[in-house]
Design a protein around this ligand. Sequence first.
Ligand code: FE2
Ligand code: FE2
Length: 311
Amino acid sequence: MEEGRPLCYMDAVSECGWWEAGQLGKTDMREHWTLDSIDWSRFDRSKLDPALVRLVKAASLVEYNATDYVEYLRKVFANEPEMMKSLSRWGTEEVQHGAALGRWAEMADPTFRFDEAFARFRKAYRPAHFINADGSVRGSRVGELIARCVVECGTSSAYVALRDASDEPVLKQVAGLIAADEFAHYRLFYDLMGVQPEQQPGFWKRLWIAATRVSETEDDELAMAYYCANVPADREKDIPYDRNACNQAYQSAMFRLYKPLHIERAVAMTGKAIGVHPESNVLKFIGRALWQFVRFRVWRMGPPARTMAPA
Ligand SMILES: [Fe+2]
Ligand SMILES: [Fe+2]
């Protein structure tokens, strides 16, 4: 059982169709976990996996950087007070994910300085649309919410995979708590999509938005976070940033955590966000095909790099 969160979340996800689980995604800030909900005393250094430590260090920076995304979405949904409340709650939870992961990463790697790595990441990664946008870069508010659903599909699956793969008890707890939040975020954005007054884009447009957002996972954000988290400031000159190398290092460590269930669930959730029944045969086929693709990538990339230093 995941501490600090009603049992229904992960049980619902694991045991029944998540889309049928009435309580899935119903967040309540009064019950939301805090860093004090985590039993840090159970930390077990003997159970650490160095590849997971490098992943978590990178994830902590991306999560903690959510405030820029909140500001961007506030501009996109500027005149909707209810949306502002939801966005603020969502942003607070994302930042807390970064804080929890960062604290764990500092325990796992005593040389890691979360604040210092985050400052370098903030300086290096500022997408233009976060700063300059006066509307959604997805073309509409519904499009923006579809893109958010896609991201939450990816993060929820990733944290479940991380929880399942980790033997370290504190990381297992943290990843489980975050995974439950990410499912809740998906549900939040999915529900918000349904109450938008604007006309829903057609199916092909929705598919295009989802596919475009998935393809953006190869942009600078994760690669730069992996670099700033795993290359200390005093090694930057020796190990310059290489986006492809960092992306490969990140993906090689992340993809091998996935099991078929994680991939199939992410595909079903993404499909539902664009209006396809999550149990449809086409999504089952895509889920199986994607699993084969992930296996192939894991095989092609080989074991995760031990260091970011050039070979
Ligand atoms: Fe998160
Ligand atoms: Fe999230």
